[in-house]
Design a protein around this ligand. Structure first.
Ligand SMILES: NC(=O)c1ccc[n+]([C@@H]2O[C@H](COP(=O)([O-])OP(=O)(O)OC[C@H]3O[C@@H](n4cnc5c(N)ncnc54)[C@H](O)[C@@H]3O)[C@@H](O)[C@H]2O)c1
Ligand SMILES: O=C(O)C[C@H](O)C(=O)O
Length: 245
């Protein structure tokens, strides 16, 4: 089994959104996925190129056309959102980041990134205004880095760290290590959307089980409903691109 990690190509510059990268990256992802279908059709594909909310659906469509699609083997890498949520939470809760767990669901862009701090462990009972600030900082984390680098690219080092964490989890799953669970943007029935990031159990075939959302706070329920139209539009944009061009 091989694990193919796609982390190349255009990154956003200041004042761009991930969706602004679509016109450049969509065609590159499409071509690369056709090559993956031809040369390594059984690989686990970890899609990190933005906009992930669209590039994963593009990959799925290409693989369907080539007859190699296996929904258990296609992943959007959202690990960096989890890394950020854990780091910011640990700072506020004054706990060791290595002990922290925070699921992050939805997608990988702006408000589609929904950290579930109500499920964060260790419990810290942070006030509502701090939870809202942590949520916004997690959602804007990529933009914060892009702006700090002022035209010199995006979060390269932390992307590499997050990509390595997720690839390692995939390899553990492939090697039969039990109970490997990471958040990832995958084909899903957790909501009415065809792709959605949530906790996923990884195993010998890739996705073993897509886990549900668990109990949400009212603020998270609101965030979930708010993100759906944007996430749906990005998914549809990817599907249409793959099928029209
Ligand atoms: N999912 C995530 O968590 C996450 C995090 C950070 C960055 N990203 C995404 O990862 C991608 C790469 O970001 P980066 O900051 O490393 O960008 P970068 O600009 O530093 O690097 C891009 C690399 O791709 C190469 N490249 C450009 N066009 C190419 C083409 N047509 N064929 C082959 N190679 C090509 C460039 O030469 C360069 O080496 C972007 O899409 C970015 O948005 C995702
Ligand atoms: O924000 C970006 O454009 C890069 C990446 O998706 C990130 O989250 O850092």
């Amino acid at each position: 089994m091989r694990c193919r990690h796609n982390s190349r190509w255009c990154a956003k510059k200041a004042r761009m959104t991930r969706d602004d990268l679509f016109n450049i990256n969509a065609g590159i992802v499409k071509g690369l996925c056709a090559a993956i279908a031809k040369y390594c059709p059984n690989a686990l594909v970890n899609m990190i190129s933005n906009p992930v909310n669209s590039t994963v659906p593009i990959a799925a469509e290409v693989f369907k056309k080539e007859g190699t699609y296996d929904e258990k083997k296609l992943f959007g890498v959202t690990t960096l959102d989890v890394v950020r949520a854990k780091t910011f939470y640990a700072g506020k809760a004054k706990v060791n980041v290595a002990d922290v767990n925070v699921p992050v669901v939805g997608g990988h862009a702006g408000i589609t990134i929904l950290p579930l701090f109500s499920q964060a462990t260790p419990k810290a009972n942070l006030p509502e205004d701090e939870i809202k600030a942590l949520t916004k900082r997690t959602q804007d984390g990529g933009t914060e880095v892009v702006e700090a680098k002022a035209g010199k690219g995006s979060a390269t080092l932390s992307m590499a760290y997050a990509g390595a964490l997720f690839a390692d989890a995939c390899l553990k799953g492939l090697n039969g290590v039990p109970d490997v669970v990471e958040c990832s943007f995958v084909q899903s029935t957790v909501t009415e959307l065809p792709f959605f990031a949530s906790k996923v159990r990884l195993g010998k075939n890739g996705v073993e089980e897509v886990l549900g959302l668990g109990p949400l706070s009212d603020y998270e329920k609101e965030g979930l409903e708010k993100l759906k139209p944007e996430l749906k539009a990005s998914i549809v944009k990817g599907i249409n691109f793959a099928n029209q061009s």
